[in-house]
Write a new protein. Structure first.
Length: 216
């Protein structure tokens, strides 16, 4: 029985790496896939991981009908055994409906990977629809860590090392950008609520206003 599976996690938790591992394992058994992605860090039409692995993919633009794409490939004699979708949070809700139709009408497994909430802790529309429709939702077991060492549960957007809470929901960046660029950092809930990134924590530790407490 085919199903729609949603693998979720914060940035830097290995989602794309797992997607590539599934492709590798199934390709070794002769199975062929259609891989969709959207706004990957490596550029258009790429599925990449921070470990340096990359493969070709179909860019899921807002106008692309994912169900029609798969049907067209099969109709032209192409083989499709399963579907991979990375950066699924960026898809439109109607595109998630199309993924569910691929499972139900074509009897193909669909593996979707993405983060659930944005830098404001609000659900991405694509992720929300996946939670509503998926046969199973799995949280990745590879835990990303906050700078304090606690489990990271939130994605923070940073500009110049400072956390920001306003702006467009989708701005492509990564966790390894320079401090001057728009970047992202994973934080625990406590430090996300305090808006304390690793850079601001270092600045506070070095501030002359923070005086050591000594015994008298």
């Amino acid at each position: 029985m085919s199903d729609l599976a949603f693998f979720s996690g914060t940035m830097d938790s290995g989602k794309s790496t797992l997607a590539l591992q599934i492709v590798h394992n199934r390709s070794a058994r002769g199975l062929q896939s259609v891989i969709f992605t959207r706004d990957d860090r490596a550029g258009e039409g790429k599925l990449s991981s921070r470990l340096g692995l990359v493969t070709e993919a179909v860019e899921a633009t807002p106008t692309l009908d994912l169900y029609a794409f798969v049907v067209n490939r099969i109709s032209r004699g192409g083989r499709v055994d399963y579907v991979i979708v990375d950066e699924a949070q960026f898809l439109l809700p109607e595109q998630i409906d199309q993924l569910a139709r691929i499972v139900d009408d074509l009897d193909l497994d669909v593996f979707a990977f993405g983060i659930t909430t944005d830098f404001r802790t609000k659900l991405f529309p694509g992720s929300q629809r996946l939670i509503e429709l998926a046969d199973r939702v799995e949280t990745l077991q590879v835990e990303a860590l906050c700078w304090c060492g606690a489990r990271a549960t939130h994605n923070a957007r940073t500009v110049g090392g400072e956390m920001v809470v306003e702006g467009e929901q989708v701005v492509v960046g990564d966790v390894d950008r320079s401090a001057a660029e728009v970047g992202y950092e994973v934080l625990c809930r406590r430090h996300h609520c305090k808006r304390m990134t690793s850079a601001s924590a270092r600045a506070a530790a070095l501030s002359p206003d923070v005086l050591p407490v000594t015994a008298t």
